[in-house]
Design a protein around this ligand. Structure first.
Ligand code: B16
Ligand code: MG
Length: 217
């Protein structure tokens, strides 16, 4: 039986995926990589450095920058992203997600955050939802980003649960793959996601009842 939920942040709880997209688009323009919907989608859930590598590779610019230059570009992206994050208010929790967190917490489920973002404590603070989580996986301590299972395995550890007792919620394909490889139940939010155990088109539809209904089918 499920005893805990591991939440992705950007695109699942927080309406920040558009901010990451906006900030990366500026970088793509700068390095001369064409911005396409496929690139935008492929960036979701990827760590900061993996995202930059993908943008460079997608425009065949991967050999044009030193490590130092890449770090400066990543910093520029983050500075731009943080300016957008500072505009967040509690209204920027995605529809239905505060209610879901509240319901799960009231019913005694364990809750942890499994976001690739080093900015997640800040985002939770602006949204005023930090207190729902008993722990946040620190992405700086991970050796591999999503789709590696490491982040979702860490989330289970934080909650003191085994992977079979945990469900993960994701808006990115690399995130769903990470959950599946961790041996947890995957809940996908977004119509293009593949291999999710439970599927929703939109955050509004995600309730405990709807999750259980799909799992019992
Ligand atoms: P940062 P998630 C991910 O968060 C975002 O989806 C992705 O776009 C971002 O590049 C990544 O975090 C790293 O974020 O640059 O803030 O450390 O979806 O895993 O919650
Ligand atoms: Mg996400």
């Amino acid at each position: 039986d499920l005893k805990g939920f591991a939440f992705d942040l950007d695109g699942v709880i927080a309406d920040t995926a558009r901010f990451h997209g906006q900030a990366w688009r500026q970088i793509a323009d700068k390095v001369g990589t064409e911005w396409t919907p496929e690139l935008a989608d492929g960036l979701k859930g990827m760590s900061r450095m993996d995202s930059l590598e993908l943008i460079l590779k997608s425009g065949h610019h991967e050999n044009e920058y030193t490590q130092e230059e890449k770090e400066a570009i990543a910093k520029e992206k983050n500075d731009n992203y943080l300016k957008l994050v500072e505009t967040l208010t509690p209204d920027d929790v995605l529809p239905g997600m505060r209610e879901l967190l509240e319901d799960l917490k009231n019913k005694g489920y364990h809750l942890a955050l499994a976001s690739a973002s080093k900015n997640s404590p800040k985002v939770l603070k602006y949204l005023q939802i930090s207190d729902y989580f008993e722990g946040i996986v620190d992405p700086a301590k991970l050796t591999h980003g999503k789709p590696d299972p490491e982040i979702y395995l860490e989330a289970a550890k934080i909650m003191n649960l085994s992977p079979e007792q945990v469900a993960g919620l994701e808006d990115a394909q690399v995130g769903i793959d990470s959950i599946n490889r961790a041996g947890e139940t995957s809940i996908g939010i977004g119509n293009t996601l593949k291999n999710a155990d439970v599927k929703f088109g939109d955050t509004r539809e995600v309730t405990l009842e709807a999750i259980e209904k799909q799992l019992n089918n």
